[in-house]
Every structure is written in C-alpha cells, then in structure tokens.
Design a protein around this ligand. Structure first.
Ligand SMILES: [Zn+2]
Length: 350
C-alpha cells in the first residue's frame, strides 16, 4: 500500500497522464519517475526498504494502466456498415503523410535527368508499354519465328493472345518501340530532319534474382535515323550522354557483338567513373577499369524496311542501356533490388 505522501502525489499525477496519453509507455520512462528512484539515496536508511517497495508498486500500477491504455488506443473503431448506402459513409479518410515528408523515387528522378540530356541533344521522349505483342518484340526487330536469339529474351507471357494467336508478353526490352517510333516520325525524313527519340521505361525478364538481376527493371532505348548516319555518330552520341550524366570526361570502348536488329552490333564499355582502373578493390569495375554498359549498333536494314524506310537512302543507330545500372554506378548502390524495394531508409537518401 502506497502511503508515502510524495509517492502518492506522483502516482495520482502520472496515472492521470497515462490514462489520456497517446504513447502511454513513455510515461514509464518519465523524468519524474527517474527522479523518485534517484531520491532513494536521500532517504533515511531505515526507511529505504519501505520506500523502495512502494516505488516498485507504483511502477507496477502505472505499467498495467499503460498497457490498458495502449490496448484501448489500438482498438479499431468498427462501425456497422450500411450495405444499401450508395457509398460507404463510414469510410474514414486515411491518414496520409504530408507531401513535404515524401520524395520522388530515385528512378523517376534519374529518368528525368536522362531525358533532359537527350532533349538538349534534340531527341523526343516516348513511353513504352507494359504489355506488347510478339510482332513488336521480335518480328519487327528482325527476329524471325524460331530464331535462337529469341531465347535471350525470356520474359513473362499472358494467357491472352493477339490477332495472330500469339500470346501477349511483358516486353523484355524497350526496343519493342523502335518500329512504332520509326513509323510515327517517318515524315521527319521527308523534311530533311532526323528521327531522334529515346524511350526510358520499364522492362521485364524471367530472372533468378540476385544483387545484379531483377525481374523488373528500366531501360532507355535510343533511335536515330537520317541520311549517312555512321558508327562514329553512335559512339560520340553515347559518349556525350554518359559524360553529361556522370559529369566528367570518360573514355569509351566498343567490342563487336551480335543483335538481330543491328548490324554491325557492339557492346559498349565505359572507363570506370570511380577508379579509372587504379583500384583493384573497386566495387564497380573490380579493378578492370571498364564497365560494360549497353548494347548498340547501326539499325539493321530489315528493321528500317519493316517500318517503311528505304535503307538505301537512310541509315541509323539504336542503343539500349540499363537505367538501373546507370543509377547503381552513379550512386554506388550495391544491390539492384533496393530500387524496387519499399525501403524508406534507402529511398530517403534521394
Ligand atoms: Zn573502378
């Protein structure tokens, strides 16, 4: 039984606070309670035992009241729902964070920067789509039916089919937009202007997930067609873009590669923006000094033809670059899965 007048007064005060508090557990750590514990030193040694006992009792009482208050706070206020009402009038407005607490996703921010760089170079920005047909995924890009290179683009299929009876697919690359872009801007060529467009958007692959592979990621496709376009134009465009994006001078390296929709095709590597090969422990390039970044090449004449462009008059280049990869390199993010996660401590850094 608590009869110490100081403790009695404290009990009354803290109980009152606990019963109305929104975070009752914090009262158990209140300064006043701490002070009452420290006071034990000043109590007559003969009475210390009794004081300590009463103080413990006070803490127990507070603790059970705090628990009851916490349970009360967590109880959901369920109201009967009138199913005949035209809308649910009991629906409560969800508590939203104020917009000042939020930020745009890093992928959105970087896509905007990438788009701005290309817009300054005269490119228009187009969107891709999240379900497409196999004509745009393969045939229009010079992958005939049963072409073995189709296997490199293992993605997800729907049960729905297009007019040819082929299943619709989640695009495995933004190149699905090439044919549409060429057709949309074909009149530019008549006017003596180039077709110049980028498509930064979401793509899908049937991948085993790890720090470098995601089933959902982002690519930026680039398409440029005019008279007399050559490999030099391709390389200088990409170098210009990457230098602007990373804010420094960078060397580039091209190696021959194979894609059905470009001829010749290249794999494009960039000198490591972090170590230039001087650090054998570099996480980005493993000390090699080069980072394989994207695939590119001169557009295959068959791809131009399938869009109604005469390849004897016009030529062009195309490239496809992983946006997640660009961002990971820029900010030295070690795991691609962070980008699709909802980890606020990661997202708040941007
Ligand atoms: Zn490096």
């Amino acid at each position: 039984m608590i009869d110490n007048p100081k403790l009695l007064q404290l009990k009354e005060e803290l109980l009152q606070q606990t019963k109305t508090s929104d975070s009752p557990q914090t009262i158990l750590r209140s300064d006043k309670l701490r002070q009452a514990m420290a006071d034990i030193r000043n109590i007559d040694p003969a009475k210390r035992g009794e004081y300590g006992k009463q103080l413990n009792q006070l803490k127990q009482e507070l603790s059970s009241v705090a628990e009851a208050r916490q349970a009360e706070l967590e109880q959901v206020d369920l109201k009967p729902i009138d199913v005949t009402a035209p809308m649910d009038i009991n629906c409560q407005v969800p508590q939203l964070l104020p917009s000042s607490e939020g930020s745009r996703h890093p992928i959105t921010q970087e896509i905007e920067k990438i788009s701005q760089i290309f817009e300054r170079m005269g490119y228009v920005v187009e969107e891709s789509r999240e379900i497409d047909d196999q004509y745009h995924m393969f045939e229009s890009l010079n992958f005939p039916k049963d072409h073995p290179a189709r296997d490199d683009y293992d993605t997800f299929m729907t049960e729905d089919v297009d007019k040819n009876g082929d299943r619709l697919i989640a695009p495995a690359h933004t190149s699905t937009m090439q044919n549409r872009i060429l057709r949309k801007y074909i009149d530019n060529l008549e006017r003596g202007e180039p077709i110049a467009s980028i498509v930064p958007d979401r793509v899908f692959r049937n991948e085993d997930l790890d720090a470098r592979h995601e089933h959902t990621f982002y690519q930026v496709e680039g398409v440029y067609v005019a008279k007399g376009v050559n490999v030099g134009n391709l390389i200088s465009t990409l170098q210009e873009f990457l230098q602007e994006y990373y804010g420094q001078k960078l060397d580039v390296r091209v190696n021959p590669f194979y894609f059905p929709f470009t001829e010749p095709s290249f794999e494009f590597a960039l000198s490591c923006p972090f170590c230039a090969g001087d650090n054998s422990n570099c996480k980005v390039c493993s000390g090699e000094g080069w980072v394989e970044l994207l695939g590119c090449g001169l557009i295959n004449p068959n791809v131009l033809k399938s869009a109604g462009i005469d390849p004897s008059q016009y030529s062009g280049f195309a490239f496809g670059c992983g946006i997640d990869r660009l961002i990971m390199m820029k900010y030295q993010i070690e795991d691609i899965r962070y980008l699709e996660s909802a980890k606020l401590d990661f997202l708040k850094q941007f």
